[in-house]
Write a protein of this length. Structure first.
Length: 299
């Protein structure tokens, strides 16, 4: 906002302001629990931004609902534009498709794990399937790529599935993509939290880009919200709600058995056209249109 004032003063021209919210400023999943005064200041800046910006781009429609709840008198006149994160098709150009299928049914997760974003629910449920004799422990594998909290590492070290889990520390983005290309399913964990409905991270779209090339599914543990809606729209996901172990067992076995029976742990009807509309070149074009519209209004 101050930069806008400075730019207008320097140029002598009125300049449109497009404010981009990839995350909400306050009341978000990872917002620190701070002292009341900083909280008040943050809310003031958030409200002022919505009030003064000529357009506000948001990554999830739930963000608009949240702003309307917090600042109804301001949000009613805010020009919101939905602009997803998307994926970059160029990231996959040099990724190698596997020449042969995996010997073990392999689920890959890329990204950080911490706090509520953890694999406990999945690993506990698969451990039960092993005990029940429905899953062969020697024929499954989990690859977790990225930074991980010490509590999660300790949990994995004491898990009955420890030998089935490969931990890979932080790797360059291109290498992370290669792990996705080798996956039989890509694990998506959406935190069980009141703000989770608004979560639509870049990881979801990165998974979509890989799915479009490999036909492999996103294996999601998620409640109602933006991520679930996106996976349903693109037909790329097998989704299990939180705290429903029987459904999780059923969904895991669907992929596990399909993989070993006829290698069909894939998505026979994924919507490629729906996926491609989230390619970043198209989204950048939409952003350019937002800028152009604001310039026309200003002139």
């Amino acid at each position: 906002m101050e930069l806008k004032k400075y730019a207008e003063k320097s140029t002598g021209k009125k300049i449109p302001w497009v404010s981009d919210f990839r995350d909400a400023w306050t009341d978000y999943l990872t917002t620190p629990n701070r002292w009341f005064l900083p909280k008040m200041i943050d809310k003031k800046y958030e409200r002022t931004t919505l009030d003064k910006a000529d357009a506000v781009t948001i990554v999830a429609s739930g963000m608009k609902d949240d702003f309307e709840r917090k600042y109804p008198e301001v949000s009613a006149k805010t020009n919101f534009v939905l602009l997803r994160n998307g994926f970059d098709a160029d990231d996959y150009k040099h990724a190698a498709l596997p020449q042969k299928r995996n010997d073990k049914f392999t689920i890959v997760y890329t990204g950080s794990m911490y706090g509520k974003r953890n694999p406990y629910y999945l690993l506990d449920t698969v451990s039960e399937l092993v005990k029940e004799g429905k899953v062969n422990k020697d024929k499954i594998k989990f690859i977790f790529v990225g930074r991980m909290g010490s509590d999660i590492q300790n949990y994995i070290n004491n898990s009955p599935l420890k030998e089935c889990i490969e931990l890979i520390s932080y790797v360059p983005h291109t290498e992370s993509i290669n792990y996705l290309m080798k996956a039989d399913a890509m694990l998506l964990l959406i935190d069980e939290d009141k703000y989770s409905k608004m979560i639509l991270s870049g990881k979801v779209f990165e998974y979509l880009g890989a799915s479009a090339l490999t036909g492999k599914p996103v294996f999601a543990i998620a409640g109602d919200g933006e991520a679930r809606d996106l996976l349903n729209e693109t037909n790329t996901g097998i989704i299990t709600p939180h705290s429903h172990p029987e459904i999780l067992k059923e969904n895991y076995l669907k992929l596990y058995n399909g993989f070993f029976e006829n290698n069909n742990a894939i998505l026979p009807s994924y919507n490629k056209a729906a996926i491609e509309k989230y390619e970043r070149k198209l989204l950048t074009k939409q952003l350019a249109e937002v800028f152009e519209n604001q310039l026309k209004i200003m002139n």
